[in-house]
Write a protein of this length. Structure first.
Lengths: 459, 341
C-alpha cells in the first residue's frame, strides 16, 4: 500500500500504532511485533515476494553468524555476491540480455521477471552490514533486530538507506517513554509536510508532463511543449523528498530516527554541493562502499588524480545504473560524474564563481539532465531537447503553474527538517491545528486522485 | 537529527508531556473536527443528488458532466421513460420522444461509454422506476465488442450508480464531491441555474466536427470465412438486464448510423461480424411487446451525405429527428412499425 493512500493512512497506520502501543510495555515483544507489522505491509504490496524478503533476511543473518563463528572471509564475500546476484537477476537480467543480443545478434530473453519491491534498498542494507562485519566494525545482532534493520516498514521500500550503526541501537527501545509526545508531534509534522510535497507539488507536475514524455517516445514534441518536460526535475525532487519525509515521520512514531535524505538540493551552488544534498543516504553509501574503495585501491601512485576522477565517474555511472536497467540511466549518471570532475578541476584551477552564477548553472544542468533520466530512450530525450529550440508555447506555459510553484518552493524554502524544527521550536497549538486541517485537506485531495506511485519505487 | 528537533528545552518532563500532549490533541482534534465537518456537509447536501443522503431538499444538480449528473436525472419522478447510450444518442431529444409517444422521457446518454457503464445507469434508473413507460437504448459498435472484459474508454463512477450506500459514502470525502457540494449550495441559494433536468444538450453545439483522421472501414480487406458466433458479452449482459424488466415494458434498441464510408463491405469478415451482432441484439428483444431493433447503420442517401454528419461517427440533427420518429413508431407498433430512413 502506498503511503499516500487511504488504506495506509486510515487503516494500516492507525492499526499499527494501536497494536504497537500494546506491545511497547513488553521489551521482548517490541521488535517481533514491528517486524510482523512490516511483513504485513510488505506482503500487502505483493505477497509473492514475502518469502524472498524473509529468506534474504534469514540467509544474510546466518551468513553473518557463520562468519563470526569461523572468521572465514569467503563467507561474507559469498553472501555479498549472492545479494548482488539476486539483484542482478531480478533487476538487470533483461538489460544484460538485451545488450548481449544487440552486440551478438543472437536472441536472449526477454525473461518475465517482476521486480521485487525495495530490492535495491534492502540489498544495500545487507551489503553495508556485511562489509562492516568483515572489517570488524559491526557486531553480531539477534535475528529480530537484523530483521528490523532490513524490513522496518517506513524505510523498507525506498529508503532512506540507513546505516546499521545509525538505527540498530534504536530498535526495541521504549517508544512511549517520557517525551514521546514531542516525537509524535515531530513525526506528524514530517508526515504532513511529506504528503504536501507529494500530493500538492509532485503529482500535479506528473499530470502535466506525462503526456509530453509519452509524445516524445512516439515522435516530435509539439513546438514549445518541451519546456514543460523540464519540470521533471522538480517532480522527482518533491516526489522522493516527500516520500523520505513521510518515512522519517513514520519512523518517529515507532521510536526510530531515520537519517535525512534531502537538504534543499536545488539551492546548491555547484553539482558537488547538489550531490551532498540530494538523496544523501544513497550518496553516503556510494561514497563509503564504492567510491572510496575504488579511489584508494593501490593501482599506481603516479596517477592518483586520474584514479580519483575515474572512480568518481564510475561511481556515478553505477549510481545511474542502480536507478534503472537502461543505458539512459548510465548516461545520466556518467554526465553527473563528468560534471563532478569538471567542478573539482574548476575548484583547483579556476576562479571562485559568484553564488548566483554557480546556482543557475547547477539548476540548469540538473533540470536538463533529468530529461534523460525520465525520457526512457535517448531518442525521446533528444526530441525533448530539439523541442527546446522553439520558444515556450505560452498557452501551455500558462497552465504550468504547478511547475512554477514547485520551483519557487525548491529555490526559496529550506529543507523539510529545518521547517519542522522551526514550526516546532516550541509547542504551539495553532500550528498543530493548522497541520491537522492541512491533513484533512490532503485526505480530501487523496479521495479523488488515482494515487500515483512514488517515482522512486521502481528503482 | 539536528539538536533542534531532538531535545527538549521544557523545564521538566511533566510540563513537556503536557504541552506536547496538547499539541497532539490540537492536531488530532483539528483533523477529526475538520473531517467530521466536511463529512457532515457532504452528507447534508448529497453532492450528486443520488437520493441516498441529503436533508436540505435541494432539487437537481448544477453539473455539466452527464457521467455524474445522470444520477440525479435517473431518479427524477417527473420522468417514467429513459434513453441510454453514448455520444451517438446524445442528439435525440427526450422532449420529442415524449411528444410523439405520450411517455415522459429523460436523456441518460453519456459520451464515451460502453455497455458496462450504460447498464449501470439503466439499473439505477430501474431501481427508481420499477415500472417504466419505455426504454430506449442506442446500441453503437461498443455493444459488438468480443472482449469479455468490455474495457472502459474512460473512468466511470460505478459507485454512484451501484447499490452500496457505503461505497457511495466512501467517495464523498473528495475534492470533486466537495466541488459538487458547493455547486448545490449555490443552486439552493439561487445563484446558479439547475442543469437541464431532461438531460438534453445540443451535441452539435460542441463544434463543427471534422472528418479526420480518415479511418478505413474496420478489417475491410479480410474476407468472411465461415459462420460467426452471435455471442457478444455486452449483448449477453443486456439480455440479463432486460429479463429483470416487467414483460410488458417496450424496449427499443437503435443501432445509430455512421457515415457510409465507415460501413464494412459486403462479403467481408467485418460485415459478417456486424450482422451477427445485429442478429444478437434483435434476439434479446424478440417476443417483447411494442419492442423493436432498428438498424440505422445502413448505406443510403442520408448516410452518404456528409452534410448530415459532424464526423464519421456522429450524425446531425436532421438524422436525429428521423430516428426519433422511428423510435416513437416502434414504441407504438413494435417490430411492425414503419421506419422511414
Amino acid at each position: 500500500m502506498l503511503f499516500n493512500s487511504y488504506a495506509f493512512l486510515l487503516v494500516f497506520l492507525p492499526v499499527a500504532i494501536v497494536v504497537y502501543r500494546f506491545a511497547d510495555p513488553y521489551p521482548r515483544l517490541r521488535m517481533p511485533v514491528l517486524v510482523a507489522l512490516s511483513l504485513v505491509f510488505y506482503g500487502y504490496w505483493d505477497v509473492r515476494f514475502l518469502p524472498l524478503l524473509a529468506g534474504s533476511i534469514l540467509i544474510n543473518w546466518l551468513a553473518a553468524k557463520y562468519y563470526l563463528a569461523t572468521r572465514r572471509g569467503v563467507v561474507v564475500t559469498a553472501a555479498i555476491a549472492a545479494n548482488l546476484l539476486v539483484l542482478g537477476v531480478f533487476k538487470y537480467l533483461n538489460f544484460f540480455a538485451e545488450t548481449l543480443a544487440s552486440l551478438s545478434g543472437a536472441a536472449f530473453g526477454p525473461f518475465a521477471l517482476a521486480l521485487p519491491l525495495g530490492i535495491s534498498f534492502f540489498t544495500f542494507h545487507h551489503i553495508m552490514y556485511l562489509v562492516d562485519l568483515r572489517k570488524g566494525k559491526a557486531p553480531e545482532y539477534a535475528l529480530d533486530r537484523y530483521a528490523m534493520y532490513i524490513a522496518f516498514f517506513p524505510q523498507a521500500i525506498a529508503g532512506p538507506i540507513a546505516r546499521w550503526s545509525e538505527v540498530m541501537q534504536q530498535f526495541g527501545r521504549q517508544v512511549y517513554a517520557p517525551g514521546w509526545q514531542r516525537q509524535f508531534a515531530l513525526g506528524a509534522t514530517f508526515i504532513v509536510l511529506g504528503l504536501i510535497q507529494k500530493i500538492l507539488l509532485a503529482d500535479p507536475i506528473g499530470h502535466l508532463i506525462d503526456p509530453v514524455y509519452a509524445q516524445a517516445k512516439l515522435g516530435p514534441v509539439p513546438a514549445g511543449n518541451s519546456w514543460l518536460a523540464l519540470g521533471f526535475g522538480f517532480q522527482i525532487l518533491f516526489d522522493f523528498s516527500g516520500y523520505s519525509d513521510i518515512a522519517i515521520g513514520l519512523g518517529l512514531l515507532f521510536g526510530v530516527r531515520l537519517p535525512y535524505n534531502f537538504d534543499a538540493p536545488l539551492r546548491s551552488s555547484s553539482v558537488q554541493d547538489l550531490w551532498q544534498r540530494w538523496h544523501m543516504t544513497l550518496m553516503a553509501f556510494l561514497r563509503d562502499y564504492l567510491f572510496h574503495p575504488l579511489a584508494n585501491a593501490r593501482i599506481g601512485r603516479r596517477h592518483r588524480l586520474l584514479q580519483h576522477f575515474a572512480a568518481l565517474i564510475l561511481t556515478m555511472a553505477l549510481c545511474g545504473l542502480w536507478h534503472g536497467a537502461s543505458w539512459t540511466f548510465v548516461l545520466w549518471g556518467t554526465l553527473h560524474g563528468c560534471a563532478l570532475v569538471i567542478v573539482s578541476l574548476w575548484r583547483r584551477y579556476g576562479w571562485p564563481l559568484p553564488f548566483l552564477l554557480g546556482w543557475a548553472m547547477t539548476v540548469v544542468f540538473a533540470l536538463l539532465s533529468a530529461v534523460i533520466f525520465r525520457a526512457g530512450t535517448l531518442e525521446a530525450a533528444w526530441r525533448i531537447y530539439q523541442g527546446l529550440a522553439s520558444l515556450p508555447d505560452w498557452g501551455a506555459v500558462s497552465g504550468a503553474r504547478p511547475i512554477f510553484l514547485a520551483a519557487l518552493v525548491a529555490f526559496l524554502l529550506p529543507a523539510t527538517q529545518d521547517i519542522v524544527a522551526w514550526l516546532n521550536a516550541r509547542p504551539r497549538a495553532v500550528i498543530a491545528a493548522a497541520l491537522g486541517l492541512a491533513a484533512v485537506a490532503l485526505l480530501v485531495e487523496l479521495g479523488d486522485q488515482d494515487a500515483y506511485e512514488f517515482v522512486y519505487f521502481q528503482f | 537529527m539536528s539538536s533542534s528537533t531532538s531535545s527538549s528545552d521544557a523545564p521538566g518532563a511533566e510540563t513537556d508531556a503536557l504541552v506536547w500532549g496538547r499539541w497532539l490533541a490540537a492536531f488530532l482534534g483539528a483533523l477529526a473536527l475538520g473531517a467530521a465537518a466536511i463529512f457532515a456537509l457532504v452528507l447534508a447536501v448529497d453532492p450528486y443528488d443520488s437520493g441516498r443522503f441529503g436533508i436540505l431538499g435541494i432539487e437537481g444538480v448544477y453539473d455539466e458532466s452527464p457521467r455524474t449528473a445522470n444520477a440525479s436525472r435517473a431518479r427524477d419522478p417527473q420522468f417514467d421513460s429513459a434513453l441510454f447510450g453514448n455520444s451517438t444518442g446524445q442528439l435525440l431529444k427526450p422532449s420529442e420522444l415524449s411528444r410523439l409517444t405520450g411517455a415522459r422521457f429523460v436523456q441518460l446518454t453519456v459520451p464515451g461509454t460502453g455497455p458496462r457503464e450504460q447498464l449501470a445507469i439503466m439499473d439505477f434508473f430501474l431501481r427508481h422506476h420499477p415500472r417504466p413507460g419505455a426504454i430506449v437504448l442506442v446500441t453503437d459498435a461498443s455493444w459488438c465488442q468480443r472482449d469479455p472484459a468490455l474495457p472502459l474508454q474512460h473512468p466511470f463512477p460505478f459507485w454512484l450508480y451501484g447499490e452500496s450506500t457505503l461505497d457511495y459514502a466512501g467517495r464523498l470525502f473528495s475534492s470533486r464531491a466537495l466541488g459538487r457540494t458547493w455547486r448545490r449550495v449555490l443552486l439552493a441559494m439561487g445563484l446558479r441555474q439547475r442543469s437541464a433536468p431532461d438531460g438534453y444538450w445540443d451535441y452539435e453545439a460542441k463544434g463543427p466536427g471534422e472528418f479526420a483522421p480518415p479511418i478505413a472501414a474496420q478489417n475491410d480487406a479480410a474476407p468472411a470465412s465461415g459462420p460467426v458466433s452471435e455471442s457478444f458479452p455486452g449483448v449477453t449482459l443486456l439480455g440479463d438486464a432486460l429479463k429483470k424488466l416487467p414483460a410488458d415494458v417496450p424496449v427499443v434498441l437503435a443501432m445509430p448510423p455512421t457515415f457510409s464510408s465507415m460501413l464494412p463491405r459486403a462479403g467481408s469478415a467485418a460485415k459478417a461480424e456486424e450482422d451477427a451482432c445485429k442478429a444478437a441484439l434483435r434476439r434479446v428483444i424478440a417476443g417483447r411487446p411494442r419492442s423493436n431493433f432498428i438498424d440505422y447503420r445502413v448505406d443510403n442517401a442520408l448516410t452518404r451525405d456528409r452534410a448530415n454528419f459532424m464526423d464519421f461517427g456522429h450524425y446531425r440533427a436532421i438524422i436525429a429527428r428521423r430516428m426519433e420518429q422511428g423510435i416513437a413508431e416502434s414504441i407504438k407498433s413494435g417490430d411492425k412499425a414503419r421506419i422511414e430512413f
